[in-house]
Design a protein around this ligand. Structure first.
Ligand code: OGA
Ligand code: NI
Length: 333
């Protein structure tokens, strides 16, 4: 495994291989942590929720939810388990995450899976694994309560995600239950650790991307870093205690035939704090058929692409270095 950035960040200035080209760098400009990203109170009436979630998903592709019903202790214990995990010595972290290509296994990498081939490295370490109960035996055994706490949080995240998808279905006129089975079968966890960075103006934790999934449910703490692109401008996603950030994935944009907007987002680093974020990505099963939902396609809104298997898209996505638009290109009509 390549050396985790968290094991050497303190020893040197920013290496050349982490410096992004000028047009991608965050620069010194402080992007305001605006209040403009919608915050949706899930205890509101259903009619209001359908309207608000639809509006947020069309305008931003990203919003935060509060009063979502996930117990706050599950959220704080989850963050605490990941703090403890990332504080372990690098050798322990490596030994807890056997590196193989088996998709059921946990992977701990620095930057991306493509470290050896990528031109520029990302200022982060990331732990990934599927959340399916069959895979729990491969999850880290340390910290002690990892499996219990992360299992509880992943169940809540999936439940919340399905609720939000139901509201979106109602909003755009897709039949009830459309996303309930195959299309959200694989819940994947990603835990990002961004250590303090010697020069946040030159590098990124994650550059601009769409998540290649249906919906992403993100847990963060009080340290900001996530930004969303809106009308050509980067907007900071203000951390709110006990909120989840929800973003529309590229595949949901496709299924909605562009009625919903996938969120283009990135992560900036900072020079003083460690930041940890936990993402739950709702992914279709590899062999599921992805196509614009029949109910949203009309004569005036013809399908933007033909049907394809999710795994065909993912193969393209990874060979196109994470460019979702390019990955969809072969299927466009
Ligand atoms: C991701 C991502 C955001 C964050 O993991 O895909 O966008 O705040 N993470 O870490
Ligand atoms: Ni993302």
């Amino acid at each position: 495994m390549d050396k985790l950035v968290s094991s050497w960040y303190n020893d040197q200035s920013l290496p050349e291989s982490y410096i992004f080209p000028p047009h991608e760098r965050p620069g010194k400009l402080l992007v305001p942590r605006c209040n403009t990203v919608p915050v949706i109170d899930l205890s509101d009436t259903r009619t209001n929720l359908v309207h608000q979630i639809l509006k947020a998903s069309q305008e931003f592709g990203l919003f935060q939810v509060v009063n979502h019903g996930v117990p706050p202790n599950i959220m704080s214990e989850t963050m605490s388990v990941f703090h403890k995990f990332f504080e372990l010595p690098a050798e322990d972290k490596a030994s807890l995450t056997v590196y193989t290509n088996d998709p059921k296994r946990c992977k701990l990498v620095t930057s991306t899976l493509d470290y050896d081939r990528e031109k520029i490295h990302l200022w982060r370490d990331v732990l990934r694994h599927p959340c399916h109960p069959d895979c729990i035996e491969f999850w880290p055994r340390k910290p002690l309560r990892y499996r219990e706490v992360v299992a509880a949080c992943s169940i809540e995240a999936k439940k919340l995600g399905l609720e939000i998808l139901e509201l979106l279905c109602e909003g755009i006129g897709i039949e009830h239950g459309y996303f309930e089975h195959e299309l959200t079968e694989d819940l994947l966890l990603g835990a990002n650790h961004y250590p303090p960075c010697p020069d946040p103006s030159l590098t990124l934790g994650i550059p601009k991307h769409f998540d290649p999934d249906i919906l992403t449910i993100l847990l963060q703490e009080h340290i900001s870093g996530l930004q969303v692109l809106k009308d050509g401008e980067w907007i900071g996603v203000r951390p709110i205690p006990n909120a989840f950030v929800v973003n529309i994935g590229y595949i949901l944009q496709v299924i909605s035939n562009n009625k919903l907007k996938g969120a283009e987002h990135r992560v900036v680093t900072n020079s003083s704090d460690h930041r940890i974020s936990v993402v739950f990505c709702m992914n279709p099963a590899g062999n599921s058929n992805i196509e614009p939902a029949k109910s949203v396609v009309t004569a005036t809104n013809p399908p933007l692409c033909r049907g394809f298997q999710f795994k065909e898209f993912l193969d393209n996505f990874y060979s196109m270095e994470g460019d979702a638009d390019l990955a969809l290109q072969p299927f466009k009509l």
